[in-house]
Ligand binder design. Structure first.
Ligand code: HEC
Length: 222
C-alpha cells in the first residue's frame, strides 16, 4: 500500500515540478494555448505589405469622390485652391456642443456653433425620419412602426410637460435629448456612432419644432 503512495507521490511531484519548475525562465517558443480565443486572426494590418492587393500594400486609399464615415461633407471640392481637409463630425471634446452638458449638468438651447435655420431643420427632419421615426413615429408620439411589433415604450415627445421646463418629470433639456441620442437610454440603443454631432443637434431642433407644431395644432398626433 505504502509503495503505491510513494509512487503516486513521486508522480505528482514530477508533474508539479514540470508545470511550475520553469516559471520565470524565458523561452523563444510560442506559449502553449489551451484556449486560443481570438489571439490569431487573418487580418490586414495597416502600413504593412500585403500580397492580396495588386499594389502590394495592406493600406487602402479612400475611394475617389467619397467622404469617409464620420466626416462632414466638405463645402468645396478637394481640387479648389482654398479647399480644407474634411472636418471630423463625431464627438470630439467635452464642451456643450459635443456633449450636451455644461459641467455635470445638461444644458438647454442650441449651441453657439449652430444657427436654427431652415437648412438645420430640414436636415433634422430628414435624419429624424431615418433614425428615430421607426420607434418614435413621424409625429413623435412614440407609436412608430415598431410599436406594432412589441416595442411599446418609446418616448412620446408630446406627453404632458415634455416642453414645460417647470415639469421636470417629463421635461428633457435639449442637452439631455442630445445625450440620449449619443449614448442611448434604457431600452433605446445609442446613435452616437451613426449620427454626427451636427445631425444630433439638428434632430433636437426638429423635435422642438414638432412639439411646437403639435401644441399649436398645425400637426395632429394620432
Ligand atoms: C429602436 C427603437 C428606437 C429608436 C430607433 C429610437 N428610440 Fe428613442 N426611445 C426608445 C425607447 C424604447 C425609449 C424609452 C427608453 C426607456 O426609458 O427605457 C426611448 C426614449 C427616448 C427619449 C427619452 C429618454 C429619457 O430621457 O427618458 C428620447 C429623448 C429619445 N428616445 C430620442 C430619440 C431620438 C432623437 C432618436 C433618433 C435619433 C431615437 N430616440 C431613436 C426607442 C427608440
Amino acid at each position: 500500500m505504502l509503495k503505491y503512495f510513494f509512487l503516486s507521490y513521486v508522480f505528482v511531484a514530477a508533474i508539479v515540478v514540470a508545470a511550475f519548475g520553469t516559471r520565470g525562465s524565458k523561452s523563444e517558443l510560442p506559449p502553449i494555448e489551451i484556449f486560443p480565443d481570438m489571439d490569431h486572426q487573418a487580418k490586414v494590418k495597416y502600413q504593412v505589405k500585403n500580397d492580396f492587393f495588386a499594389d502590394g500594400s495592406g493600406g487602402r486609399r479612400p475611394v475617389n469622390h467619397t467622404v469617409p464615415i464620420g466626416f462632414e461633407m466638405p463645402s468645396k471640392p478637394a481640387s479648389a485652391p482654398d479647399a480644407k481637409p474634411p472636418m471630423f463630425g463625431f464627438s470630439n471634446g467635452l464642451d456643450y456642443y459635443n456633449t450636451g452638458k455644461i459641467g455635470d449638468f445638461y444644458g438647454d438651447g442650441l449651441p453657439a456653433q449652430l444657427a436654427a435655420d431652415k437648412a438645420l431643420l430640414q436636415r433634422g427632419e430628414r435624419q429624424y425620419n431615418i433614425y428615430c421615426s421607426v420607434c418614435h413615429a413621424a409625429s413623435g408620439n412614440g407609436k412608430g412602426m415598431t410599436s406594432k411589433y412589441g416595442i411599446l415604450s418609446a418616448f412620446n415627445f408630446h406627453q404632458a410637460g415634455s416642453m414645460d421646463t417647470k415639469n421636470p418629470g417629463a421635461y428633457r433639456a435639449d442637452g439631455a435629448i442630445f445625450d440620449v441620442i449619443t449614448h442611448g437610454k434604457g431600452l433605446m440603443g445609442s446613435y452616437g456612432g451613426n449620427l454626427t454631432v451636427r445631425d444630433r443637434w439638428a434632430i433636437v431642433a426638429y423635435i422642438r419644432t414638432l412639439q411646437v407644431a403639435v401644441k399649436e395644432g398645425n400637426v395632429s398626433v394620432q
